[in-house]
Design a protein around this ligand. Structure first.
Ligand code: NAD
Ligand code: ZN
Ligand code: ZN
Length: 346
């Protein structure tokens, strides 16, 4: 089969790979109809750590049709249209049973496309372990584009917003306006935020945020503009969706007294100079984490079906899998007004 493989920093290749086969009795193979490139893939692409071995298939967002199942798969059938959540668990340990697959006790937890066990989903097909827990059947009301965004970006945004306990009437800031940040804006409004400020360096990403109802600022102006606009009170909640020291610091600075800062951006530095005194004096709450997609989906599928959140609005480019190298370069360089790229294998 054909797949995108990691060949070193800034090098993605459309390669021939061994066909995907079900991983054990409880595994399945999904023929991919559409897959996405995530900001997390850019950490791999940029060579900022999290790098799989050379030749490894990348990607962790996909929707498709089940092509094969192992003997022990009970709920998923060949021919089902399914989305493939980015997070993976065994499905039977205590955390997995309540959907917290990121904390899987069997160590099955992880993500496709990072190695060493789970090949990625930017491919014609992807092998899914423990298919009953790691595939979600979807109906025709969910488009392929929406399903790809539901496999990672939207649940991550919702998870970050949920952990910040957004209450009706809150003033929220979102730092970073890639697909995760844009979905954070939509999540904040769906939870009842009265105002949402949106911050990014890239003008066309700020325009996308404004189209969702946010008030957008360049990062350089954000502190002063938000302080002025809120008469010094600043924000009840700040959602960080970049993963850089500067944006985590900015997020802390934008929180008002008693504010809640929730980080889902994956940071490339292990340690961060955390201003404990400030956080303590202002009674801030700070939370950071990884999303268990399966846990967020029941709520999100209802919200998307009801038209309260439109995941597909983040998609800016639909390209062929064979053009994956160009797609990565465009997404990494933020050219051509790119927001999210989805890829079709055929
Ligand atoms: P993206 O790369 O498209 O978006 C990042 C945005 O941050 C860009 O628009 C960029 O211009 C902006 N940015 C960079 N530096 C900035 C600065 N100094 N000030 C303001 N804005 C700045 O990526 P994405 O797909 O939206 O993902 C965002 C982050 O979320 C990534 O770090 C990704 O790894 C992470 N992520 C986390 C989880 C999780 O479970 N926690 C899941 C998916 C993605
Ligand atoms: Zn991701
Ligand atoms: Zn488990």
């Amino acid at each position: 089969m054909k797949a995108l493989t990691y060949e070193g920093p800034h090098s993605i290749r459309y390669s021939e790979m061994r066909d995907a086969v079900p991983m054990g009795d409880r595994g399945a193979v999904v023929e991919v109809s559409l897959c996405g490139i995530c900001g997390s893939d850019l950490h791999i692409y940029g060579g900022h750590g999290f790098t799989p071995e050379l030749g490894y298939c990348v990607g962790h967002e996909a929707v498709g049709v089940v092509a094969a199942i192992g003997h022990g798969v009970e709920q998923i059938k060949v021919g089902d249209r399914v989305m493939v959540p980015a997070s993976v668990g065994c499905g039977t340990c205590n955390p997995c049973r309540v959907g917290m697959v990121i904390s899987c006790e069997r160590g099955a937890a992880g993500c496709y496309g990072l190695g060493p066990r789970l090949q990625g989903s930017q491919a014609e097909a992807v092998a899914v372990p423990f298919a009953d827990s790691n595939l979600v059947r979807i109906d025709d009301s969910i488009s392929d584009e929406a399903a790809v965004v539901l496999s990672d970006n939207l649940p991550t945004a919702w998870f970050g917003a949920r952990r910040a306990r957004i209450a009706p009437g809150d003033t929220v800031a979102v730092v970073g306006l890639g697909p995760v940040g844009l979905m954070s804006i939509a999540s904040a409004f769906a939870m009842g935020a009265a105002r949402v400020f949106a911050i990014d360096l890239v003008a066309d990403r700020r325009s996308r945020a404004e189209a969702l109802g946010a008030e957008a600022f360049d990062a350089a102006d954000a502190r002063a503009a938000i302080a002025e606009s809120t008469r010094g009170r600043k924000c009840d909640v700040v959602l960080e969706a970049v993963g850089a020291d500067a944006t985590i610091q900015l997020s802390i600075d934008l929180a008002g007294v008693g504010g809640r800062v929730s980080v889902v951006g994956v940071n490339q530095t292990r340690a961060f100079p955390f201003d404990m005194q400030k956080v303590q004096v202002f009674n801030l709450e700070f939370t950071i984490g990884l999303c268990s997609v399966q846990y967020e989906l029941p709520t999100l599928l209802r919200l998307v079906s009801a038209g309260k959140i439109k995941p597909e609005v983040v998609v800016s480019h639909r390209m062929q899998l064979r053009d994956g190298a160009d797609a990565y370069a465009m997404f990494a360089n933020r050219t051509d007004g790119v927001s999210k790229v989805v890829l079709t294998p055929n």
